[in-house]
Write a protein that binds this ligand. Structure first.
Ligand SMILES: NC(=O)c1ccc[n+]([C@@H]2O[C@H](COP(=O)([O-])OP(=O)(O)OC[C@H]3O[C@@H](n4cnc5c(N)ncnc54)[C@H](OP(=O)(O)O)[C@@H]3O)[C@@H](O)[C@H]2O)c1
Length: 332
């Protein structure tokens, strides 16, 4: 048996229950993992509250990002042995697997070896943010040195990874946050400029910062009506990536209202990277090299024990965090 987080109804953090569940034997292409640390993601909060792109099948498990040790490997698994230190990447549906548990079966295709010197908390905190940022910016977006990247919800774990990634690529990250509270922290994390959207005219500031040309890229985790202001600040042929929907409101495509500019708007998920072995190979090399040089690192806001999982979700919903919330299953 393994302590496992499940929910039997859709709702707030209080629906999360810690239950004794038999993790089962790993099947073909699967491994059984001792989970040491779990990266908490907005997608799980949305899944639990019925607002994710996928409906939970109840009773539902949760979690797609973790670090741990392989306890058993099923038939057909190669490259991973018992005792290996690994990270679990978000490469599967939470209806199929969930890592909010002391032990869990996961697909071997979602594993990476944890590089030497990367501890469990870091190993559970870096992959979702950096793979998401790398995939949109490099694999799909083709960002180049000298380009500008406007990053909304910049204090999120993905937003911070996008700031670090833009800097590593020689692009200029402009961070957007709602209030002054996180402004200095975003500058400290490498933002070239910070726009405070509650107080400033986002379009005007971006246009001013880019000499009137507009930004080549926007990476937006908020969506909703605010995309109109962001779209106005996109340079001709530039691209507005929608990688999250924090606003919870319908998102217009404002091309006609803005006079039919050469505006690309595109949704994107990290699965475009984690479900493609070739892209994942390049992405993991990029992130590993950033971790090795210190350009990339886990920005961990708070670590909670597994039995405080509801508090961890509440903390995420408070939106006061900067960076990643991590849960540990044991004393590390
Ligand atoms: N497409 C993908 O594959 C993918 C992968 C990972 C994450 N994501 C998305 O990226 C976003 C960040 O996820 P995360 O887990 O890193 O971070 P997170 O910790 O959930 O991000 C929280 C931050 O988002 C901002 N925010 C929250 N609600 C907002 C609202 N209504 N309007 C404007 N800003 C709001 C706040 O920043 P301020 O207070 O500074 O404004 C808040 O601190 C989420 O939308 C998530 O779904 C997408």
């Amino acid at each position: 048996m393994a302590k496992t987080v499940r929910f039997h109804e859709i709702g707030g953090p209080e629906v999360l229950r810690l239950e004794d569940v038999e993790p089962g034997e790993p099947g073909t292409g699967e491994v059984l993992l001792r989970v040491d640390a779990i990266g908490i993601n907005r997608a799980e909060v949305l899944f639990r509250s019925g607002q994710y792109i996928e409906e939970p099948r109840l009773p539902a498990r949760l979690g797609a990002e973790a670090a741990g040790i392989v306890e058993a490997a099923g038939p057909g698994v190669s490259g991973f042995d018992v005792g290996d230190h690994v990270s679990v990447l978000p490469a599967f549906s939470q209806n199929d697997y969930g890592v909010y548990a002391e032990r869990a079966v996961v697909p071997a295709a979602a594993l990476l070896h944890r590089p030497d010197g990367v501890d469990a908390v870091t190993g559970a905190a870096v992959w979702m943010p950096y793979l998401t940022a790398y995939g949109a910016m490099v694999e799909v977006g083709g960002i180049r040195p000298g380009d500008t990247a406007v990053i909304n919800a910049a204090s999120s774990s993905v937003g911070l990874a996008a700031i670090h990634t833009a800097n590593r690529l020689g692009a200029t990250p402009i961070a957007v946050t709602r209030t002054e509270a996180k402004k200095q922290r975003l500058l400290d994390e490498g933002a070239a400029e910070v726009v405070v959207s509650d107080d400033q005219d986002v379009t005007a500031v971006i246009l001013e910062l880019t000499g009137g040309k507009g930004t080549e890229y926007v990476f937006d985790a908020v969506a909703g009506p605010g995309v109109v202001d962001l779209a106005r600040a996109v340079a001709a042929d530039g691209t507005l990536f929608l990688w999250g929907a924090q606003s919870g409101q319908p998102t217009p495509f404002p091309g006609f209202e803005l006079g039919m500019p050469a505006l690309n708007m595109r949704t994107y998920t990290v699965h475009e990277i984690t479900r493609s072995p070739e892209r994942l190979r390049r992405a993991s090399a990029f992130v590993t090299s950033g971790l090795r040089t210190g350009a990339f690192r886990a920005v961990v806001d708070t670590v909670f024990p597994l039995d405080e999982i509801a508090l961890a979700h509440k903390h995420m919903e408070s939106n006061t965090q900067v960076g990643k919330i991590v849960v540990t299953t044991r004393e590390l």
